[in-house]
Design a protein around this ligand. Structure first.
Ligand code: PLP
Length: 414
């Protein structure tokens, strides 16, 4: 941990550089020195084509370029423009029509939704719960707001959702605090590519109903990669299960336009609640808009108009979906290639179903990643393994990587 010189620590652990961006910068420096062909940068959380270039949906780009100055230059209302609020709900739920009350508040990406959920549905000093394999910014966001992150074990020995560990942790944390936020990133979990099955969702909902008695649980479903998990309808099949949750469980879904619309830098997303109570939904809108006002004020207008336009025009919507499907299929092929090859060479991976990332458990993640770096392969070391981005490397590299990683693990463990 670095000591502060002038700034206040405020209980936070602030490292010198963001780990992932640090590795990515080293990869870029190596490319500059040795050439592109010598480096595999499997750290990037954005979809790249086989030549390493950022994929931007041309259908979205066309809408962007057609915006009038007033459409992107004006302030948007704090909670989002009304057409966006409607469009983003349709985008999230698709054919599913919730019977619950739903409210949407625009946020700068899914990140903003996570931030606002923590600020409004937990107390200072509370623990927020997520799985032991998790996206590191959950911890950053919790710390920044004087909360702490605790984890349950994501997988049991047979490689499915560890219901026992989940249930125990929920119970234990609620013995000491009145409310609990639980973050579940599914489908296409970052960093493992896991997705809860509907059966697992049913059991999770039973646990939440049981443990929420006399307490308040907020279930934050981080759906940042929902459109990269096979059929977009199937990947939403768990929504009806969320309607069965008791009144002490509030569902908030963090939705993002970063990946699904390739609008990463536009910073657009939304937090959408599902609740059986009108007052809770109204309160959700009020408190989250308050937090937005206090943090970033209003969100970028251009992507809100873009999504509204897309949903106002069925043909355009189809064009976007079709284009996205092509890239999703490419991503699925890459993941499949990695998985097949890992099985062939005997590399143990975590259960990957879909999405941008695959993870490989190992004892010395930092040492494994350092060894790989020497060979020009850049991955992200995590607490219990290393993460490989299938989103940023072509299929043939996905096939090549398992053997290289296996060798690095064996060497690091010697
Ligand atoms: C698990 C997860 N959740 C949420 C996000 C939020 O991204 P954004 O704020 O760009 O929507 C990301 C982005 O990488 C992510 O990996």
């Amino acid at each position: 941990m670095t000591q502060m010189i002038f700034a206040s620590q405020n209980g936070r652990t602030i490292s010198k550089e963001d780990k992932i961006f640090g590795i990515s910068n080293r990869a870029k420096a190596m490319i500059a020195k040795e050439g592109e062909s010598k480096v595999v940068n499997a750290t990037i959380g954005a979809l790249l084509d086989d030549n390493g270039r950022l994929i931007v949906l041309s259908s979205v780009d066309e809408v962007f370029k057609a915006l009038s100055p007033a459409e992107y230059a004006q302030y948007a209302p704090i909670g989002g423009i009304p057409e966006f609020k409607e469009a983003v709900k349709k985008d999230l739920f698709r054919d599913f029509i919730p019977k619950t009350y739903t409210e949407a508040v625009a946020t700068p990406g899914g990140t903003g939704a996570i931030r606002n959920t923590i600020s409004n549905y937990s107390e200072y000093g509370d623990y927020v719960l997520t799985s032991d394999w998790y996206w590191a910014p959950y911890n950053t966001i919790a710390q920044e707001q004087g909360r702490k992150l605790d984890t349950f074990e994501l997988f049991n020995e047979s490689g499915s959702f560890n219901m026992e560990s989940f249930s125990e942790k929920v119970k234990k944390l609620l013995e000491n605090q009145e409310r609990l936020i639980i973050i579940l990133n599914t489908p296409s979990h970052n960093p493992t590519g896991y997705a809860l099955t509907d059966e697992e969702w049913l059991r999770v909902s039973e646990i939440l109903n049981r443990e929420s008695s006399g307490k308040k649980i907020t279930l934050l479903v981080d759906a940042a990669y929902a459109d990269f998990a096979g059929d977009e309808g199937d990947s939403r099949s768990f929504f009806p299960i969320l309607e069965k949750l008791d009144e002490n469980v509030l569902v908030i879904i963090a939705h993002s336009l970063s990946k699904a619309y390739t609008l990463y830098g536009q910073r657009c997303g939304a937090m959408i609640c599902m609740t059986g109570h009108k007052e809770i939904a109204e309160e959700f809108r009020r408190v989250c808009e308050f937090s937005s006002r206090a943090s970033w004020s209003n969100c970028t207008r251009a992507p809100q108009v873009i999504l509204s336009r897309i949903y106002a025009d069925p043909q355009l919507l189809k064009k976007v979906m079709d284009e996205r499907k092509e890239y999703r299929d490419m991503l699925i092929r890459r993941g499949k290639a990695f998985k097949e090859e890992a099985e062939k060479v005997g590399l143990k991976t975590l259960p990957y179903r879909s999405g941008f990332f695959m993870s490989i458990p190992c004892k010395n993640p930092d040492a494994v990643s350092a060894r790989l770096e020497k060979e020009g392969v850049f991955v992200v070391p995590l607490a219990k393994g290393v993460r490989v981005s299938g989103a940023s490397v072509p299929e043939d590299v996905c096939r090549r990587l398992p053997a290289v990683i296996k060798k690095a693990i064996e060497e690091a463990d010697k």
